[in-house]
Design a protein around this ligand. Structure first.
Ligand code: GLC
Length: 735
């Protein structure tokens, strides 16, 4: 064969090979991108399990360091490496609880859960997860300990900022996208905290007394979606008890998890959340993390003392029949190890702090900021001469605070920096702090006086305040607000901000920007403010997003994921429920009436409804119809909704679909969110969105038969823009 032909042939072969390799890689990365299913490796799992001794198996079901669980060197099984947190990879922990400052461990500080969920954009949830997963892979983490999906039951819960919503459907759907995004990068997620961890007060021992209907309708579904839709690889059990049993060995919760949800991954306890050996072995968590903490020793705990360590070996030696429980746990753990490529080395390398990652952080902030009020003052008009920016949150940084979800952000753009950059060349920007976070929680005469002086010199005030995680030097101290381990002590905005806001909004047109995991007590400034924005904790590019929205280069499209009431006692958990309980039990007397499920009947105390958020443009809803009027239980209800952008800005609205039974003979919520779609429309553009409502949309928990059923009868399919803004109700019958 001629030399040239040979060369040509080898070139063709090489190209084919490259294409094949690419295809293979594409396939691999496609598999990786889709997230390997947990059951793809059963043969390998079983054969590896057969090789292990009891001692080796037990090593895998408890911690081997502060953030790892045991491996088996002899068999090439590595430790599982875990890291917080839900909105960015936490600083490097060594094998003890001391931060390891020897590595460059800065990360992308994404907007926290409450701001992500406020985007109501499932696709963006996936992108968010992809960033988090890529950065976790880059930091060699096998499991990222998030998302947090606990239901927002009270505005006082210190960790609302990490969570998503008062509604389980919204929480579950947003979590599913996030989970698929992270796992597409070959890293496991760990949906948490399972379950009914809706307060931080006495979290280590409080017993949540929750009816089965409330559990099934409100507190479990977000985890179900994480399993069924997200294919979540691990789940974290909460510190508290549910109906008398600690979550980490709660027979009911684990029956639901493994049998009702069909979860095939592994469960990990919260740190120090295991309290028994045999109950945990038989119907509890697979991996015990951090329990040595209960003896108060964080440094160099003796991991053999863990409940799922030597005590298990002793127990099995006496009762060999218990070894099957160890095997089941190790099997689930090995599935996760295979799924995150610990044995085939195919996990994508990941990257960290890339422009693309920071752009995603910005996009989530832009879409997650909620415009609650706008008396034609936003976007700011060009001929403003002087702006007074007032408030500590104009310059505060939040990334490194709040507890275990802390992140060492590569940078954090503050609102003041961004406003100066956005407007500074044409507008004179003044600043006054207005208040200073302090242990007494009080306002400051001096700072108030100074703020009023500055305000008087300006055309308008931009007030940037609200909540914070904790006083700078007290991440775990007493003075915490939006933080782990403690609930807010009041619904009043701290440091007497309302007094200051009332004074400022009385003398100048004021735009109010609120940071936080919740809103706060109603006061006069809410009526007097010309505009109000709720930003949650918008991450490292949050300042930029705020400035873009003020300038109008971004049209806000965020929607509230929780109802905002005027005062604390207007909330169901406080009005009909119980919070924080009597030190032993907290009884969920509010039952299934959380959030809008309660406010639909009790509108008087409501300030802003679930699903509410304004835009700079307007939307007109056109034809809304179902494909027919009568359905059998398993039939899909097809619903078409057309909407037009009738204003002067490109923008996005969120079509919300609620389902309500026409006549209910039991105490059921009068409606429940069962569909939503964010629709982007250029000025004048019309789109029709088709919803496919499956049987899940019409099912409810039947407490007699103890299962989910679709009761035959008449239903309303409700198309809305918020829990309170109903566009159209269509009656259908399910036979
Ligand atoms: C904490 C938190 C949990 C976190 C874990 C590890 O106590 O409750 O969310 O992932 O411990 O830091």
């Amino acid at each position: 064969m001629l030399k040239s032909n040979k060369k040509l042939l080898s070139l063709i072969l090489l190209t084919t090979l490259i294409i094949n390799v690419n295809n293979l890689w594409a396939q691999q990365s496609k598999i990786a991108l889709e997230g390997n299913q947990l059951l793809n490796y059963e043969t390998q799992v079983d054969s590896l399990l057969r090789l292990m001794t009891l001692e080796e198996k037990v090593k895998m079901i408890h911690a081997s360091s502060s953030f790892t669980s045991g491996g088996v060197k002899r068999l090439g099984i590595p430790e599982l490496v875990m890291s917080d947190g839900p909105h960015g990879v936490r600083m490097e922990h060594g094998r003890d609880w001391n931060f390891d400052d020897t590595t460059e461990d800065s990360a992308t500080y994404l907007p926290t859960g409450i701001t992500l969920a406020s985007t109501w954009n499932k696709k963006l949830g996936f992108e968010y997860g992809t960033v988090l997963g890529s950065e976790a892979a880059n930091r060699n983490k096998d499991i990222i300990l998030g998302p947090g999906v606990n239901i927002i039951r009270t505005p006082l819960n210190g960790r609302n900022f990490e969570y998503l919503s008062e509604d389980p459907f919204l929480s579950g759907k947003m979590a599913a996208g996030y989970i698929k995004g992270v796992q597409s990068q070959g890293v496991a997620t760990c949906v948490k905290h399972y379950d009914a961890n809706n307060q931080e007060t006495l979290r280590g021992k409080i017993n949540a007394v929750v009816s089965e209907t409330a559990l099934q309708e409100i507190y479990l579904p977000a985890f179900r979606y994480a399993v069924e839709e997200g294919n979540v690889y691990t789940i974290m059990t909460a510190y508290n008890k549910v109906n008398g049993e600690y979550c980490s060995n709660n027979e009911y919760l684990f029956k639901v998890l493994h049998e009702q949800f069909g979860f095939k991954g592994a469960s990990v306890s919260d740190w120090g959340a295991v309290h028994s050996t045999l109950p945990t072995l038989k119907h509890g968590v697979d991996i015990e993390m951090g329990t040595e903490l209960s003896s108060g020793t964080r440094q160099n705990p003796n991991y053999n003392n863990f409940f799922l360590a030597d005590p298990v070996i002793k127990l099995v030696k006496k009762h060999p029949e218990y070894e099957k429980y160890v095997d089941e746990k190790v099997k689930r753990i090995l599935r996760v190890m295979y799924a995150v490529h610990l044995f085939d080395g195919k996990r994508p390398k990941g990257s960290r702090n890339t422009d693309a990652h920071h752009k995603t952080a910005l996009k989530v902030a832009e879409e997650g900021i909620v415009l609650l009020k706008n008396d034609n003052i936003l976007p700011l008009n060009k001929d403003i001469k002087t702006i007074a920016v007032i408030g500590d949150n104009a310059t505060a940084k939040h990334a490194g605070q709040g507890g275990s979800s802390q992140v060492k952000a590569l940078y954090e753009i503050t609102p003041l920096e961004a406003v100066k950059k956005q407007f500074g060349t044409k507008v004179n920007i003044l600043y006054a702090r207005g208040y200073e976070p302090n242990k007494e929680g009080k306002g400051s005469e001096k700072l108030t006086k100074e703020a009023l002086e500055v305000a008087k010199k300006a055309d308008l005030v931009i007030y940037i305040g609200g909540w914070l995680h904790n006083l700078p030097d007290a991440m775990w101290g007493k003075y915490r607000y939006d933080s782990e381990g403690r609930d807010k002590q009041s619904y009043e905005f701290p440091f007497e901000q309302s007094k200051l806001m009332n004074k400022l909004s009385a003398i100048k047109p004021m735009i109010t920007i609120i940071f936080g995991g919740s809103f706060g007590q109603y006061d006069k400034w809410i009526d007097d403010s010309k505009a109000i924005l709720f930003v949650g904790y918008p991450g490292m590019e949050g300042g930029t997003a705020i400035a873009e929205i003020l300038a109008g280069s971004v049209n806000p499209s965020g929607k509230l994921t929780f109802s905002i009431a005027k005062k604390l006692n207007d909330y169901p958990a406080h009005h009909i429920g119980e919070f924080p309980g009597n030190k032993k039990d907290v009884v969920y007397k509010d039952e299934i009436f959380t959030g809008y499920r309660y406010f639909d009947n009790e509108k008087s105390g409501l300030l802003y409804p679930f699903g509410f958020g304004l835009s700079y443009t307007t939307f007109k809803y056109g034809e809304i119809k179902t494909d027919k009027k009568k359905y059998s239980t398993n039939e899909i209800v097809k619903l078409n909704v057309s909407v037009t952008n009738t204003g002067n800005f490109d923008g996005a609205d969120v079509i919300q679909i609620y389902i309500r039974r026409k006549n209910t003979n039991s105490a059921k919520p009068i409606k429940a969110l069962k569909g939503f779609e964010k629709v982007y429309l250029k000025k004048g553009e019309t789109k029709t969105v088709t919803f496919q409502l499956d049987k899940d949309a019409f099912m409810s928990w039947n407490k007699i038969s103890k299962n989910w059923v679709t009761e035959p009868g008449d239903y309303y399919v409700i198309v809305a823009r918020s829990a309170n803004e109903i566009i159209k109700k269509i009656k259908i019958t399910i036979k």
